[in-house]
Structure formats: structure tokens, C-alpha cells
Design a binder for this molecule. Structure first.
Ligand SMILES: CC(C)(COP(=O)(O)OP(=O)(O)OC[C@H]1O[C@@H](n2cnc3c(N)ncnc32)[C@H](O)[C@@H]1OP(=O)(O)O)[C@@H](O)C(=O)NCCC(=O)NCCS
Length: 191
């Protein structure tokens, strides 16, 4: 195995969905651009409770993925895609803070509709937390979630995230302004 392959293998994990299907969690590579484009556009089509609300083009996705891979290599981000039978069905990331926020990481996760409620979201978060714990800098994870996104809040609470703040009227979603909840999960002792 080449050194580069060895590095690429580090972040590969296998989990089992509740229906018994094998889910591969691994780092993304440039050849995933089409799979990731289908993934994001499927969430956009659904009008899922995520920031992106417009279909991406191949060119935009390629540029974005290049940036993601650079961020992973420079240890600014941890990012895993979830794949079933070669199809990207989920993604989870931790964006590391900079400077005085270097000890923090913001978590984001999504699974496409047809693959939800199979335990994949929760297992993806567990897997990325394992990687985050190995990162010397990361001590505190946080995330924001729409106040009406009860499924995601349920998953985060099961993992151990606690609500710490409410950002009023932060999001315009489905024709109205809604609050965003901030949740935190300490990873290591601080202070
Ligand atoms: C949030 C999300 C990633 C969860 O992924 P998932 O693979 O479906 O999650 P899991 O299968 O691990 O867990 C789903 C849990 O929600 C529960 N659930 C399902 N419908 C629910 C509802 N209406 N209210 C509360 N809980 C609900 C399930 O019972 C399950 O909990 P359990 O393990 O205690 O039985 C996924 O729903 C998603 O991608 N949603 C759209 C995008 C999104 O919201 N991203 C997060 C933005 S903050």
C-alpha cells in the first residue's frame, strides 16, 4: 500500500444500519464529486432543514469538494461520507475553530430521506466524535439546529449534546422566521 493510500485508509470505518445493510464511513475524494452533488441536491429538493437551499452545479460542487479535501489535509476539518453499495447517502463533518476558538468544532450531519431512521445518523456522529477525541486541539463540540427539527434534536440529545442557547429568528425556513438552538458536547476537560 502506498503512503497516500495508507493515509486515505485511516478514516475508513464500517457500521451496520438497523436493516442490516453495511455502511462505509470514509474520507471523501475528488472522484466523489458526482455522488456528493446528488447527495446535496437530494436534500435541497426535499427542502431539508439545512443551510443550503439552492441546487448546486457540478462546477460549484467540484470547487467546494476541493476546498473540503484541502481543509481535511490541513486538519481544519474532519469529514466523513456514508456510503451504501457505492452510493453516498450521508455526510458528517466537524469544522474546527480558529485562533481563540481552536478548541471548538462545529458539527453538521445529514442523511438522505430514504435512508433515515436506520440508526445511520447516530452512528455517523459517534464515529466522528471518536476521531475528534484523537485531535489534540478539539475540546468542545457544538452545533446549531432549527427549533422545529425534533428528529435531529432527539439524535443529538441521545449522543449527549445539551442545549445551551437559543438564537432568535436566525433562520428563514418554509416562509417564516424560526429560532436556532445551540447545543454543546464537551470532549475534554477545560479550565
Ligand atoms: C437528523 C438526521 C441526520 C438523523 O439521521 P438518521 O439516520 O435518520 O438518525 P437515526 O436513525 O440515527 O435516529 C433517528 C432518531 O429519531 C427518532 N425519530 C424519528 N422521527 C421522530 C420524530 N418525529 N420526533 C422525534 N424523534 C423522531 C427515531 O426514532 C430515532 O431515534 P431512536 O434511535 O431513539 O429510535 C436526519 O434526519 C437528516 O438528515 N435530516 C435532514 C437534515 C437535517 O436535519 N440535518 C441536521 C441539521 S441540524
Amino acid at each position: 500500500m502506498s503512503v497516500q493510500n495508507a493515509i486515505l485508509q485511516v478514516h475508513e470505518m464500517i457500521i451496520k444500519a438497523k436493516d442490516g445493510r453495511k455502511v462505509v464511513l470514509r474520507k471523501p475524494k475528488m472522484s466523489d464529486v458526482k455522488g456528493l452533488l446528488n447527495f446535496i441536491n437530494s436534500l435541497v429538493r426535499e427542502d431539508a432543514p439545512i443551510l443550503c437551499n439552492r441546487r448546486m452545479t457540478f462546477k460549484e460542487e467540484r470547487k467546494w469538494l476541493k476546498g473540503v479535501i484541502e481543509d481535511i489535509n490541513k486538519k481544519r476539518k474532519i469529514y466523513l461520507v456514508a456510503e451504501i453499495d457505492g452510493k453516498i447517502i450521508g455526510a458528517v463533518e466537524i469544522r474546527k475553530g480558529r485562533f481563540r476558538e481552536k478548541h471548538t468544532g462545529e458539527l453538521g450531519v445529514s442523511v438522505i430521506r430514504e435512508y433515515r431512521n436506520l440508526g445511520i445518523g447516530k452512528e455517523m456522529i459517534r464515529a466522528i466524535i471518536k476521531l475528534a477525541k484523537k485531535d489534540r486541539d478539539l475540546k468542545l463540540l457544538y452545533l446549531t439546529v432549527y427549533a422545529n427539527n425534533k428528529v435531529a434534536q432527539h439524535v443529538y440529545e441521545k449522543i449527549g449534546f445539551k442545549r445551551v442557547a437559543v438564537l432568535k429568528n436566525r433562520i428563514f425556513y418554509k416562509g417564516k422566521y424560526i429560532n436556532q438552538i445551540v447545543m454543546e458536547l464537551p470532549l475534554k476537560k477545560m479550565g
